[in-house]
Design a protein around this ligand. Structure first.
Ligand code: ADP
Ligand code: MG
Length: 319
């Protein structure tokens, strides 16, 4: 049976060429790029709550890194470093090999160096990742920066990850071809890092959709002391979800389903051409779906008619 230090050496120690000191000491040492602000975020994933223990180890590793990188994307920060704390019921090397493959695979894609963490035995597989990114002073895309009159934009498509989960749980019926499209959105989400970087100086506010479109847009509204009108019929849907747009279960996935990791952002109308250019450059759909208004509250319209919202999104203590 390998010990704690064997596991760290074998699975979690990788070169960190930009760090002053990586894994192996009491602390890592990093020298921030002069003049940059550090963007720091941490996210925890627990077996049975954020993923199923039966999910592929590689997808668990990917998701642990992806959800954290998504927070950096939502700030317009460039990812630099990560720390990984992991509680394992047992030293399952098959799991660790697969997990590390997914985790470091995505880290490498974005030049993220893993510089430390903690490894312990624990009853429930629990993962905590901390990421550190950099952003020029004043350019972070903050939740409190939306202005009345801003357009509201969303990247990619909404609801696919939630639809995959709903299908799995028997709440929504997808055809096989639709399910094949939706499941990767749940298991191997793509953090919108390039979009976050491109939106520096263009977007006012941004957030990533982790708990649900309405709930996450709601966070921008609350922090910005504003309200919004959103056009449900303009929300971007995948080929898989578009045919189900009138199904209440699908509508719930679109408006309140979590785990999309798309970016919702606001920008003044004079930036529409810049945003169209970014969409073309990144080959990423960017849809204008509403407008920030001075009156508080979120008003959802479907073809001009008010649309009631059963729930805004996921809340760990109310679901
Ligand atoms: P300490 O007891 O001083 O906290 P540890 O024995 O916990 O140190 O860890 C030894 C080294 O291995 C540290 O540099 C720590 O950051 C790193 N480390 C431990 N677990 C992980 C992990 N899962 N991923 C990356 N680095 C890790
Ligand atoms: Mg430790």
């Amino acid at each position: 049976m390998p010990g704690e230090f064997d596991l760290i050496a074998k699975y979690f120690t990788r070169p960190a060429p930009h760090a002053v000191l990586g894994v192996g000491d009491d602390c890592a040492l990093i020298a921030p790029t002069p003049g940059m602000e550090l963007a720091i975020s941490t996210d925890m994933l627990i077996a049975g709550r954020h993923f199923m223990p039966s999910d592929g180890p590689g997808t668990i590793g990917h998701k642990a890194m992806a959800v954290n990188l998504s927070d950096l994307a939502a700030m317009g920060a460039r990812p630099r470093y990560a720390l990984l704390s992991i509680a394992l019921p047992e030293a399952d090397e098959k799991f660790l090999r697969g997990f590390a493959g997914g985790f470091f695979g995505l880290a490498q894609k974005y030049g993220v160096e893993v510089i430390g963490g903690d490894t312990t035995r624990g009853g429930l597989l629990t993962l905590n990742v901390t990421v550190i990114g950099e952003v020029p002073p004043g350019q972070a895309l903050r939740r409190d920066a939306a202005k009345a009159g801003d357009d509201i934009w969303v990247s990619g498509t909404l609801g696919d990850a939630a639809a995959a989960l709903a299908h799995h749980q028997g709440r929504l019926r997808l055809e096989t071809a639709q399910a094949v499209q939706c499941f990767p959105r749940l298991f191997v989400p793509a953090p919108r890092i390039e979009l976050g970087l491109a939106l520096r100086g263009i977007a006012h506010a941004a957030i990533d959709v982790s708990d649900g479109f309405a709930a996450d847009l709601g966070h921008i509204l609350e922090r910005s002391d504003a309200g919004a009108e959103v056009w449900f019929d303009q929300l971007p849907l995948s080929e898989a979800l578009a045919p189900l747009v009138n199904d209440p279960a699908a509508q719930d996935c679109i408006l309140a389903g979590g785990d999309d990791y798309e970016l919702v952002f606001t920008a003044p109308a004079e930036k529409r051409e810049d945003i169209a250019r970014i969409a073309a450059q990144l080959e990423l759909r960017l849809s204008r779906v509403g407008r920030i208004q001075p009156e508080p509250g979120l008003r959802i319209l479907n073809r001009g008619e008010p649309m009631p919202l059963a729930r805004a999104g996921f809340d760990h203590f109310q679901s």
